[in-house]
Design a protein around this ligand. Structure first.
Ligand code: LLP
Length: 404
């Protein structure tokens, strides 16, 4: 995204033109940015060519998953729906891993029928359930066990998953017990040790600590893991000047780890692949002066973009046309929903805005549309894929008649 003659443009198309043609609120994704992210990700870890499984939960749009598949990525799924979507988008089941603490009988059954690469189990009960289903089908199923490495990811507590108080994975003691159980099983192949310590991680040190914890446990168990699945979590910069994850250091730490353990590395990135490819175009419905600040009331709300209300996340906001005139009053950007948390951010010294102007919320490609809902019976936005001067509708705007 950049300003050309003061007009904000995505690839070669101005935000104004998109908004006028497709209405608002509208999710737009940049094809070029997606391609660049995937290539960069591959480049960062090319010395050990990992299997990169895109975390479908971050964005479930079939067309985007198809593009991601085209660049050779697999998928990390956490439900039957996501698994079906990954398969529908053409991802080879041998590149699909299934994570999650509560996989049901139906989900495990479906995953086994699809012969996916790995079911990453998270408890003793789940492993027993997998074994039972595999036995009934006379099959031997490839699984991973998710270790909870008790590592602080130094990210928001709500998206931290690797500490012992979190529901994810199993502790060292249980891990060792389960490895021994799997080794005795005729219906299970224990192929993988998996971890995922959290999301939006910007400091490389938690990853280093996580690798140390994995090494410790590998020394204790007498088992060769074909795969080590390190999960996702690589953070992106949501604000200019925000700290960036040092991929070089992370990659070096993994290479060092691989000197002792010759396994194939799997990653499950979501945000780092799709996060900065997406923007949400919104229109200002009203501006309400209130004491010392102005409420900028948008036509997008927390149902369209949940992250600010859910985690206090802040997305950068840009005007669709740069005027250079700065407002003297603080702006509070809010949606029309009947909740006080339906608020995006408050900004000082923002460009002067007026009703009917368009603004853009940046970096909403991950956990934007996938977390959206129909709260207040609001239809979900249209999704567009921009490639150069071409626009493709990759998901139609919902209509009220779809649910009334
Ligand atoms: N693998 C597993 C097992 C996960 O639970 C997740 C994310 C990922 C991979 C992908 O993580 P990523 O690379 O995207 O950070 N809704 C929150 C994020 C929740 C992440 C949940 N798990 C947000 O909007 O920030």
């Amino acid at each position: 995204m950049r300003y050309i003659n003061k007009k904000l443009t995505i690839e070669n198309i101005s935000v104004e033109n998109i908004a006028k043609k497709y209405g608002t609120p509208t999710y737009c994704y940049s094809y070029d940015r997606l391609k660049e992210n995937i290539n960069n990700f591959k480049k960062n870890f090319k010395s050990f060519s990992p299997l990169i499984c895109f975390a479908i939960k971050s964005n479930t749009n079939t067309n985007l998953i198809r593009v991601i598949k085209k660049f050779g990525l697999g998928a990390d799924v956490v439900s039957m729906g996501e698994l079906m979507m990954a398969v529908k988008a053409g991802i080879n089941p041998k590149k699909i891993v299934f994570s999650g603490v509560g996989k049901t009988f139906e989900e495990i059954n479906y995953a086994i029928n699809k012969n996916i690469l790995l079911i990453n189990a998270e408890s003793e009960s789940e492993i027993k359930q997998i074994e039972k289903i595999a036995k009934s089908k006379n099959k031997r199923v490839q699984i991973g066990i998710r270790l909870n490495p008790n590592t602080d990811a130094k990210t928001l507590s709500q998206i931290s998953t690797g500490k012992k108080e979190n529901k994810f994975g199993v502790n060292n003691k249980t891990f060792i017990k389960l490895v021994n159980f799997c080794k005795r099983s005729k219906n299970i192949y224990l192929k993988c040790l998996s971890v995922h310590i959290g999301s939006q991680i910007l400091d490389f040190k938690p990853y280093e600590k996580m690798l140390k914890e994995i090494s410790k446990i590998l020394e204790k168990v007498d088992h060769k893991f074909e795969f080590i699945d390190l999960g996702g979590g690589m953070g992106i910069s949501y604000d200019t000047g925000q700290k960036k994850l040092n991929y070089n250091k992370y990659s070096k730490a993994i290479k060092k780890f691989l000197k002792n353990y010759k396994s194939k590395i799997i990653f499950e990135p979501g945000r780092s692949i799709i996060g900065n490819t997406g923007t949400l175009i919104c229109k200002i419905t009203y501006i309400k002066k209130n004491g010392k600040k102005d409420f900028i009331i948008l036509d997008a709300a927390m149902n369209d973009l949940m992250r600010p209300a859910l985690y206090g996340a802040v997305h950068k906001i840009l005007p669709s046309i740069k005027s250079g005139k700065i407002s003297k009053r603080p702006y509070e950007f809010v949606g029309p929903i009947c909740e006080s948390t339906d608020k995006f951010t408050t900004l000082n010294n923002f460009q002067e805005l007026k009703e009917k102007d368009f603004i853009v919320m940046c970096d909403v490609g991950a956990y934007g549309m996938s977390l959206s809902s129909n709260y207040n019976l609001r239809p979900k936005p249209v999704e567009l894929l921009i490639k150069g001067s071409k626009i493709k509708i990759i998901k139609k705007r919902q209509k009220l008649k779809d649910f009334i």
